[in-house]
Write a protein that binds this ligand. Structure first.
Ligand SMILES: [Zn+2]
Length: 184
């Protein structure tokens, strides 16, 4: 899947979700000393690089196409804000929405698909947003959706979705190794 298509899908989700003036904090996962979780093979970008590229393009798209959206980032280069610092950025800046972007990476080709994580189903706006995103991947792109996941599903809490005070989703984009080679 090409980045631009991912960006389109995410943007449509955001557009339909965000009716009024909003500030969105985009969090490219990992960075700096933390390369992410993709297998390290020659010629394949690391997760931290892919998510920074997706995040930057998503932010540009939103900024240039939606006058009611202000975009902030937890990082714009190869740095590593701690998870505490990312939570603090969201809460201290009073943003309206947070989206953390990651890439699913498995050496098992049978394991693929997008996942959108929220803390739990009491986080109603997060859940609503997560469902929209997964619908876009599944119905517009025909991609395999692994659905919306909560802390119960994965057996632990993701710090960013647990401690931010606004609707927050953690998106795992499916980008298999073959897709990386073809499209990046
Ligand atoms: Zn990740």
């Amino acid at each position: 899947m090409k980045f631009v298509f991912i960006i389109f899908l995410l943007s449509v989700s955001l557009i339909s979700f965000a009716a009024n003036s909003v500030t969105i904090l985009i969090d490219p996962g990992h960075g700096g000393k933390d390369p992410g979780h993709l297998p390290t093979l020659d010629g394949i970008m690391q997760e931290k690089e892919i998510v920074l590229a997706i995040s930057t393009k998503l932010g540009h798209y939103l900024t240039h196409n939606l006058s009611n959206v202000t975009v902030l980032y937890t990082r714009t280069s190869d740095t590593y804000p701690t998870l505490d610092e990312r939570v603090e950025m969201a809460n201290a800046r009073g943003v309206d929405y947070v989206i953390s972007i990651h890439v699913n990476g498995s050496e098992n080709a049978d394991v693929h698909g997008t996942e959108t994580h929220i803390h739990n189903y009491d986080a109603k706006k997060s859940h609503q947003w997560a469902v929209l995103i997964e619908d876009q991947f599944k119905n517009r792109a025909g991609r395999k959706s692994r659905g919306v996941k909560t802390a119960d599903d994965i057996g632990h809490s993701l710090q960013l979705v647990k401690f931010t005070k606004m609707p927050t989703v953690w998106l795992n984009v499916d980008l298999s190794q073959t897709h990386q080679k073809q499209n990046i």
